[in-house]
Ligand binder design. Structure first.
Ligand SMILES: N[C@@H]1[C@@H](O)[C@H](O)[C@@H](COP(=O)(O)O)O[C@@H]1O
Length: 242
């Protein structure tokens, strides 16, 4: 696990975008695993700038997102389908038929999750998987648990995640209580994992991810076993990693 120190959020976003851009330039048909939440927005903005400058071509790139809330339609402004179009896909030349997000609108969780596992495996897993990290150490929506869940599955969101994500909703009652998420095994099958984190609220999770015991109470701690994991974090997120 390599830790890259960023001066601030903007520096973190530039560094993450540079690594993703290098992947796209060196392999124009690459498979990218993508994340949502507020952390990756700056990274996506830098990728859009590079595309607009003519430095990047996404026309042959495929993407697979980590997760999606259960029960939201694809055009619900709070869905991760919508988030990805708004924050990246609608601003670059990607073929949106090559973008994939778990289908949270499918009420049959087993069918939706096994189908997602099938297509991610068929794609050969991501060449590069971008991850944020939750305040409680979750990756995707893999919440602190008793075991590292393997494949794509339906999860019950913890109160802390519902609370943390409620800032993006009109009120906390509107936050879905379940989600479909890539499992730990799916994430670990990526050839490279790039984790981005900023701010004081992530300090404990980042410390436990990088230096804590490898245990399901901090799902991100499994990344210590990944052969090619890079963490880019700012001072505040690294404040406990002295
Ligand atoms: N499912 C997402 C995660 O993929 C994300 O990493 C986390 C942190 O979000 P933020 O980047 O807004 O702190 O929130 C959600 O739970």
């Amino acid at each position: 696990m390599r830790i890259i120190h960023a001066k601030d959020y903007e520096d973190m976003s530039r560094k993450a975008a540079a690594i993703i851009a290098a992947q796209v330039v060196t392999d124009p048909t690459c498979v990218l695993g993508l994340a949502t939440g507020s952390t990756p927005i700056g990274t996506y903005q830098n990728l859009i700038k590079a595309y607009e400058a003519g430095d990047l071509d996404f026309s042959q790139v495929s993407t697979y997102n980590l997760d999606e809330y259960r029960g939201l339609s694809h055009d619900d402004p709070q869905s991760y389908h919508y988030f990805m179009k708004e924050n990246l896909f609608d601003h670059i030349n990607i073929d949106q038929a090559n973008t994939h997000v778990p289908d949270g609108s499918d009420p049959d969780a087993d069918a939706a999750c096994s189908e997602y596992d099938r297509i991610v495996e068929e794609a050969g897993y991501p060449d590069l998987q971008l991850l944020g990290i939750g305040n409680n150490g979750h990756i995707g929506f893999n919440e602190p648990d008793t075991c590292f869940s393997k494949g794509t599955h339906c999860v019950d969101l913890t109160e802390s995640t519902i609370e943390a994500n409620s800032r993006l909703f009109d009120n906390i009652d509107d936050v879905p209580r379940q989600a479909y998420t890539m499992g730990i095994q799916t994430i670990m099958n990526a050839y490279m994992v790039l984790v981005i984190a900023n701010g004081e609220k992530k300090a404990q999770a980042v410390h436990d991810m990088c230096f804590g015991p490898i245990q399901p109470s901090c799902p991100a701690s499994i990344l210590q076993l990944h052969p090619n994991c890079v963490v880019i974090a700012d001072d505040a997120a690294l404040s406990l990693c002295k």
